[in-house]
Design a protein. Sequence first.
Length: 235
Amino acid sequence: MKKIKTQIYADGADYDSIIDLNKKKIIKGFTTNPSLMKKSGVKNYKQFCIKVLKKIKNKPISFEVFSDTNKKIIAQSNIISSWGKNVFVKIPIQNSNGKDLSDLILGLNSRGIKINVTAIFTFEQVKKIINKVDRKSEVILSVFAGRIADTGEDPEPIVKKIANYSKSKKNIKILWASSREIFNYYQANRCNCHIITLGKDLINKLKYKNKNLKLFSKETSQMFIQDAKKAGYNL
């Protein structure tokens, strides 16, 4: 793990899990989104975020806007960014109608608001942002590598291209998003990603690093036998 430069941000919206993961040194930040919050049963968006921020004070954490109009996105961004110096505002690269939001993002960035540009799938989507971003304000570019892979396309060339193109901008960090397996952690590192987001289930699998494969095979076989016994299966 010491050779891996890519930092791990925990992705999720379960309050107890967030507080527990915050105790782990390997977790360097947090991200969430409205879908994860809905899945976790969050009823009051602001109330949940403020509650989390009372515990997460020194690590970056991203909260996402949930509007389609520029006016409302800007208003929500101002509110969210006011909650703390460690807060990044997540804004999709395009809204649900397919409208490009790069100019809006650049405008907010120029005012010093920390932005996590999310739902990125192509280099072309963020080239303009990389070229014109304010060098003083922090920006995270979240490339949805897992979803790209879901289409049958290898995400590594796309992530590498974005990482290489933006490497002269020290305020830009590249994030490997929508991870599907722990191997993505090692892929993100060789793509020179600064960050990867992992859910709690994947974070728990980090313990398998360098595990003996023959032993792993044996333990897997043991699991099948134990589960069959617990289920009471009989032929």
